[in-house]
Write a protein that binds this ligand. Structure first.
Ligand SMILES: [Ca+2]
Length: 275
């Protein structure tokens, strides 16, 4: 179901539009729980730099660490882990066994975790050599993962509207939070990025990224990513999926599955983006 899912731009626009009140100004209101839902800030992206990206990479995980970009790609027989300078051909690259469908990644200092979609395992690797160190059983589907270093836990997604917190060594579940925007569940959370207590999540299969308060699960920002690829580029590409914070900045790298480009962007208020 996640393969080659091409969404016409108009469909995406309708999907995103249905999540908003129309004019971008979202009022507080009571959610299904009866509690006052938090305000959701409408955001867009400002492109700072356009970089090349491997159009054969079915991007499932993207993260910067050790001054390098780490990327995980999926599909059976085509799954890889690669690292290098952003925009340059990978300096290192490792293929996964044909039966594994790779998903999200996160770097934890000297090691990294790479999830698999439905193979029931997560792979721990040496972050320097990308060599596989061990496999750990993983219950359910693996989609996105990121590391909240200051809380010593992993945050994972599984295509639902929940984020699961896990032990950084065993991957055992330690808790979870339901993700809601204005009191309503936000499902299909995919690639993740941890920035302090904020978790950014791509919403599959849309051009939407949500900014989530990981403590409450409330969406505090809704990023409607505009069409970054030309119509011709988009015809050969799949969905937006890949968000990596650029350390020391407030910028992010964004790309997608089979996208020929990657973009260094800032998230800005949707009102400012129109100016
Ligand atoms: Ca990421």
């Amino acid at each position: 179901m996640r393969l080659a899912f091409l969404v016409p731009v108009a469909t995406v626009a309708l999907f995103v539009g249905s999540c908003d009140t129309g004019d971008g100004a979202v009022e507080n209101r009571r959610g299904m729980s009866g509690q006052t839902a938090a305000r959701v800030e409408p955001l867009t992206v400002r492109v700072v730099e356009t970089l090349p990206h491997d159009p054969t990479a079915f991007t499932q995980g993207l993260e910067m660490a050790h001054g390098k970009l780490y990327e995980s790609t999926g599909l059976p027989g085509r799954s890889t882990i690669r690292t290098g300078r952003p925009g340059a051909p990978p300096a290192q690259r490792t293929e996964l066994p044909e039966e594994l469908f790779a998903e999200g990644i996160t770097v934890m200092g000297p090691t990294l975790w790479q999830l698999t979609w439905q193979n029931g395992v997560a792979i721990e690797r040496d972050a320097g050599t990308l060599e596989e160190l061990r496999r750990v059983p993983y219950e359910g589907e693996g989609w996105g993962v990121c590391h909240q270093r200051h809380r010593d836990r992993l945050v994972t997604s599984d295509g639902t509207s929940r984020l699961v917190f896990r032990d950084t060594r065993t991957l055992e579940k330690r808790g979870e939070v339901a993700v809601t925007a204005r009191g309503k569940p936000v499902g299909r959370l995919n690639e993740l990025e941890c920035v302090g207590d904020i978790v950014y999540a791509n919403v599959w299969p849309t051009d939407r990224i949500v900014r989530i308060d990981a403590g409450s699960g409330e969406v505090t920002g809704d990023i409607a990513v505009p069409a970054l690829l030309s119509d011709a580029e988009r015809r050969h590409a799949d969905v937006l999926n890949g968000i990596a914070a650029v350390p020391g900045t407030e910028q992010f790298l964004l790309t997608g599955k089979w996208w020929p480009k990657m973009f260094r962007v800032s998230f800005v208020s949707a009102a400012a983006g129109k100016g």
